[in-house]
Every structure is written in C-alpha cells, then in structure tokens.
Design a protein around this ligand. Structure first.
Ligand code: HEM
Length: 147
C-alpha cells in the first residue's frame, strides 16, 4: 500500500468516526436533562446530580469531534488529490471545521456555572450544531469516495 492510499484510508476512517461522535454529542444533552425519559432509563442517578457535571461526557465528545476533524483534514491534505475533488464540498468542509471550533468556544462558555446570556448561547450552540451537521453532510455527499 502506498503512503497516499494509507492516508486516504485513515481520512475515510476518521470521517466516519466524526459522524459517530457528532451523533453522540447531539443525543447526550437530551439524555442527561432531567426528563421523565432520562429518569426512566436511570440515567440521572437517584437524585439527578448537577446538570453541568452530568454534561461532562458531552463536553469530552465535543473536544473529541474537533480533534478528529483536524486529524481528518490533515490526513486528507497530506494524501493530496484535492484538484480532482468537488470545490463546493471542500468549502463546506472548511465551514464545518470552523463551526466545530465555534462549538468549542460557545460550549466552553455554557460549561461555566455562571454563564451570562445562557439562553442566547444555548440557542447559538443549537444552531451552530445544525450548521455543522448540514455543512459536514454536504461535504460528505460531494467528496466521499464511492458516495
Ligand atoms: C460539535 C460539538 C458539539 C455539538 C454538536 C453540541 C451539541 C449540543 C446540543 C444539541 C445541545 C443542546 C442544546 C439545547 O438545549 O438546545 C448542547 C448543550 C450543551 N453543550 Fe454542546 N455540543 C458540542 C460541543 C460542546 C462542547 C465542546 C462543550 C463544552 C466544552 C459543550 C457544552 C454544552 C453544555 C454545557 C450544554 C448544556 C447547556 C445548557 O443546557 O445550559 N458542548 N450541545
């Protein structure tokens, strides 16, 4: 196997890992909210615990997403062959990378106990998530080999 094809395998594997992590990061905040569903599943423990402490797995998933996206981009760039790829897909990939970094900044503000403007930041975090999913989806459809 050549170095370029090994890098392509790595970038494809990390791309699918990013999707798994994104799905988990989207589901966890709703699972760890004190809803009847979460209580029924026993996800909150006996007394529920503090919301921000319960959100820790979500935060780690968010950091993980940004790391794996950067690894994916570096492997894809080192593999080369960008000139044959759809340009719009590459711009969408760049937008997804920026949005994942924005999620880190907004998420870190939301992770503070005293967060001024929490409702506004929650809305921004939610809509950034929608933007991230749409741009990553566009990039996947336009640039994934075999799709
Ligand atoms: C790509 C990465 C991420 C995605 C897709 C994501 C997605 C979400 C979603 C869908 C919610 C629920 C929003 C709502 O209630 O309307 C949420 C809540 C939250 N996220 Fe993230 N998130 C990401 C990264 C992060 C990171 C890195 C952190 C912290 C360092 C973080 C901290 C939080 C906190 C604290 C909440 C709860 C906010 C509250 O209810 O007050 N998130 N996230």
């Amino acid at each position: 196997m050549t170095e370029a094809s090994a890098l392509i395998y790595l970038s494809v594997a990390s791309a699918w890992l990013v999707w798994v992590l994104i799905a988990a990061a989207i589901v966890t905040p709703y699972l760890f909210r004190p809803t009847r569903f979460a209580h029924a599943l026993g996800l909150l423990g006996e007394r529920g615990g503090a919301m921000l402490a319960r959100m820790r797995p979500h935060m780690w998933l968010g950091y993980g997403i940004a790391c794996v996206i950067v690894m994916h981009a570096l492997d894809a760039m080192r593999a080369g062959g960008f000139s044959q790829l759809d340009r719009t897909g590459i711009w969408l990939a760049a937008a997804a990378l920026v949005l994942s970094l924005c999620q880190l900044v907004i998420g870190a503000a939301l992770a503070q106990k005293r967060c001024a403007r929490r409702p506004l930041l929650r809305r921004a975090h939610f809509w950034t998530m929608i933007g991230l999913v749409l741009t990553a989806l566009g990039h996947t459809v336009l640039n994934a080999p075999g799709l």
